[in-house]
Design a protein around this ligand. Sequence first.
Ligand SMILES: Cc1c2[nH]c(c1CCC(=O)O)Cc1[nH]c(c(CCC(=O)O)c1C)Cc1[nH]c(c(CCC(=O)O)c1C)Cc1[nH]c(c(C)c1CCC(=O)O)C2
Length: 380
Amino acid sequence: MRTVNAGAHRGRGTIAAMTTDTTGTAARDGEPRRGGPADSPFVRACRREPGPHTPVWFMRQAGRSLPEYREIRANVPMLESCRRPDLVTEITLQPVRRHGVDAAILFSDIVVPVAAAGIDLDIVPGTGPVVAEPVRTAADVERITPIGRDDVSFVDEAVRRLVVELGDTPLIGFAGAPFTLASYLVEGGPSRTHAKTKALMYGDPELWHALCARLAEVTLAFLQVQIDAGVSAVQLFDSWAGALSEADYRRFVLPHSTYVLGGLADAGVPRIHFGVGTGELLGAMGEAGADVVGVDWRTPLDVATGRIGPDKAVQGNLDPTVLLAGWPVVEAEVRRIVEQGRAAPGHVFNLGHGVLPETDPEVLTRVVALVHELTARPER
Ligand SMILES: Cc1c2[nH]c(c1CCC(=O)O)Cc1[nH]c(c(CCC(=O)O)c1C)Cc1[nH]c(c(CCC(=O)O)c1C)Cc1[nH]c(c(C)c1CCC(=O)O)C2
């Protein structure tokens, strides 16, 4: 496995790729050396166990900031690229080779399982997901059918290939949470206010809960396929949950996200729960059944830990726009986040939201190296 892993890093991985080591797995008194992704710095941090350094990965690390991504995606529509295991494998590996990040994230999209569940949609460049017939009635909800492995066999195949290629580097699987998925389905596309979604939620709670219950089933099944195929962790993206008050989140969303995360409680992989603008929701998002709570740039990690409690790790906090501001600014922010992250029982370094397409990839590589350097712990 180690040789395959080194092979995956060969080529561009100049620095930190090779420091994704297994020193954290060194045998403790009398314990056998375990190795593998389950003992990686990333999974250890998710479990609040000490490791050789603070692990780093970036949301949207596979994507338009990378010229090699733009090249491979030229003339291939987004959804098609998500359905081709050869492309998924290559695009997922690109940022691991280039930046030496501590985890890969499966190249896919939150709407992939929804399409597999029967909803006619597309991902439009520069816009995002667009749904042909928005979901607004009970009959529309009935159109969302359960999914199983055969409906997303391309994901199963891509994960199996990736697990071999990645060796000791963990692969993160993911899915969209019911609220964020519901927003795309009800609005028919991206929305700043989520007005139609919230109108349905407040105006017809029964229909809302029926919709979210269906989406929770699809999401749980999609994550289970990825876990069965070998991912080392999962992230539930509730990107737009920050549009809600805590009271409404608890009433309309929490039961459904709890269904998903609680359904994976015994799956043996850490569960990360992420949203944007969720400073007021961090405690509740932890309660949904997360091992790690994602934090955007609005809440410092020490404050976030106070809200989430000592039994969960945190992830995130670097504002993606800071990466556009020049290295001295980036370095100061990285140092601040590393320091504030020490207050948490486990810290996975990440951005507060996805990498912007205009980001210079060299800056991302330098961030990985800097975090590793600042947090290197001596081998025991
Ligand atoms: C809300 C959401 C979506 N998709 C996703 C979310 C949750 C995360 C977040 O809040 O950003 C999740 C997602 N989408 C994508 C990934 C890949 C893995 C990664 O590197 O993080 C992940 C984790 C690929 C993608 N998904 C998409 C792209 C861009 C497509 C392209 O390259 O043309 C990528 C790389 C398309 C997409 N899909 C979606 C949006 C808003 C967009 C961007 C629209 C645009 O600006 O073009 C829906």
